[in-house]
Design a protein around this ligand. Sequence first.
Ligand SMILES: C[S@@+](CC[C@H](N)C(=O)[O-])C[C@H]1O[C@@H](n2cnc3c(N)ncnc32)[C@H](O)[C@@H]1O
Length: 289
Amino acid sequence: MQTRGGYELVRLVNGVMSVRSRAVGETFHPVIGPVAEAEALYVRQLHLAERALSEPAGLVLWDVGLGAAANVLTVLRALRDAASMLTVLSFDHTLEPLRFARTEAACLGYFDGYEGVVDRLLSDGEVRFENGRQPVEWRVFEGDFPSRLDEEAAGDWPKPHAVLFDAYSPARNPAMWTLPLFQRMHDLLDPGRACALPTYSRSTMLRVTLLLAGFFVGTGHPTGEKDQTTIAANRRELIDEPLDERWLQRAIRSTSAEPLREAVYRQAPLSADSLERLHRHPQFGGGTG
Ligand SMILES: C[S@@+](CC[C@H](N)C(=O)[O-])C[C@H]1O[C@@H](n2cnc3c(N)ncnc32)[C@H](O)[C@@H]1O
């Protein structure tokens, strides 16, 4: 298999190719592959094509963990020809996985037709183009995402309708899963703009983190062998299957439910303070929401 700069191609059990970071020891979309996962988690679950129709002023997506761009390119293909504008803000602290994947575009398949767009993104950090009939502006913010979020300039970023949240796992990439990070993201959202954030993890720790950050949280669509994922939103009505009292009881018994406060991975049961805050959350009857 091809390798370069710490990344390699791997063939998943279903025969689909994916990118793997050798340094982190994780494959980008390990279960069903890049395109199928992005379609299940983002395109279908968020009804992105319908949402594009219902937002004539255009959609804004934040793509957290650009990586090899499978998520964005799958979304672009699904929204091709949509009449409204699409603005994508991609975040990553390195463009190496995208450079590697671009050299392996033929094997990965999902770049088809977007090679020139990706080349311009890589050289200029932004690209404007017509996705069929859809006008697109795609910008990349290179740098440590938690640090960029804390900059004042983050307040000026276009507010998202959806966040594609795709970091490495909390155990390997704890800086991307802390409570302060999700609180800051929640604070940056426009309360007047419904925004959903799906992600592949279903861990209790992540779900508690999202709730304490101020989101409503529910069970997300399955992706292949993963029977469920997680979806968070700033509006209750965007969540089809909200976490309920039974989930809360399981969280109370869990040995790994307390959010990470800093970028160090550890597992701990819920603290009394977190439990009290969960009880006060509108999702569990603690307010009007
Ligand atoms: C699982 S990969 C993303 C795969 C990608 N979404 C795709 O569709 O190909 C996780 C990405 O998160 C990025 N990442 C990890 N920690 C980060 C940090 N602190 N700041 C910004 N990006 C980070 C990694 O560089 C990596 O590209």
